[in-house]
Design a protein around this ligand. Sequence first.
Ligand code: AMP
Ligand code: GLY
Length: 423
Amino acid sequence: MNILILGSGGREHAFAYKIKQSRLCKNLYVAPGNSGTREIATNLQIPLDQFNLVAEAIKNYKISMVIVGPEIPLVNGLKDFIASHKELKDTIVIGPNKHAAQLEGSKDFAKDFLNRHNIPTASHRTFTAKTIKAAFSYIDSMTPPYVLKADGLAAGKGVLIIDNPDEAKTELNEMLVKSKFGEASKSVVIEEFLDGIELSCFAITDGKDYKLLPSAKDYKRIGEGDTGLNTGGMGAVSPPTFLTEDFFRKVEKKVIQPTIDGLIKDNINYQGFIFFGLIKVNGEPYVIEYNVRMGDPESEVVLPRIKSDLLELLFSVSNGELSNHQIVIDDKKAATVFLVSGGYPEQYEKGKEIYGLDTISDSILFHAGAKYENGKVKTNGGRVIAVTSMGDSIKKAISKSYESINKIKFDKMNYRKDIGFDL
Ligand code: AMP
Ligand code: GLY
């Protein structure tokens, strides 16, 4: 089978790494990919917002399955676009259609879904410019901090957590009236603040049944001790050590199973990954968000722990035979540490040569913002390379990653030295 993976980050390199191991994979393509995927697959220079070019590639390269890494093509209806082409109707797309992808593409849609199916989540109300006065009263009725969320996709920047009510109202006005996040903040969800520890859980569904994938915790802040600005993710571990069996049973019973049942009840046809962004408050799980894809950097620790054939799993999803599939998870724990460009998540430089990559044997290097140029691998983004290691304990896995990092160098390289500090 010929497989096409869409995306260019560490997550997509991790997918490529696993798919490449499958006996079912003949030719592997990644669009647009990076210097890491280039080593194990053929990169195709296709911008992901040009669906007609994706369709062309599916025809030209006789692609049987498309695995969509990031959310934007799904939210914009890539699956529907492919299904609407007669010659492409047999192409398998791993990821939901446009309607179902609103679980990530619209916070209001997700909150309605959660409430309709009695899945625990922060209480909320949704407002538009027309109802801004009611929104101000709602803020006055709440205890701080105030959580304001742009309804639509805002490149991970659409959530504001504010302590002061006047500041919250000013920001709300910026979002609703002054279009701070463009279309994405035409409506805003205001919700109750939940204080707890966050974790990422994952399932895959064929629309009837589901299988659980390993869980993870990501480290989002730039600075040690979880301080400073938010990033795309500075590292991750799997499994999170605080995820006891007892708590996970609660997650499955109160969140995962009701989500799958809810999709069926609502007639929402869903084949693909579901990412549950959870927060544990007083021993109970609450849903912070749904994502309709795998996480990044979570994929860099979750996918290497799947021992069974990932492509077989994905085919069982497309056939509606997931219930017959046996997924085998490695007992080994995994950790990843992201090497980032100095200055990220604010301004940073690109094009720095990366040294030492071929000296690494104890870790897996998942390239992200890295490109191949004239025989060299160079930095090409904020998050450059995820250094993943496996071990009998999270601690051992983390130490291995740090040992590997000692052999890698680029100008202004930065990384967090405390991944897993809290476990
Ligand atoms: P989201 O885009 O919905 O995942 O929100 C981004 C981040 O904001 C989350 O990862 C949480 O750290 C935080 N957050 C979102 N909603 C809440 C909430 N209701 N209470 C506390 N923190 C939240
Ligand atoms: N690590 C969070 C995300 O992928 O959205």
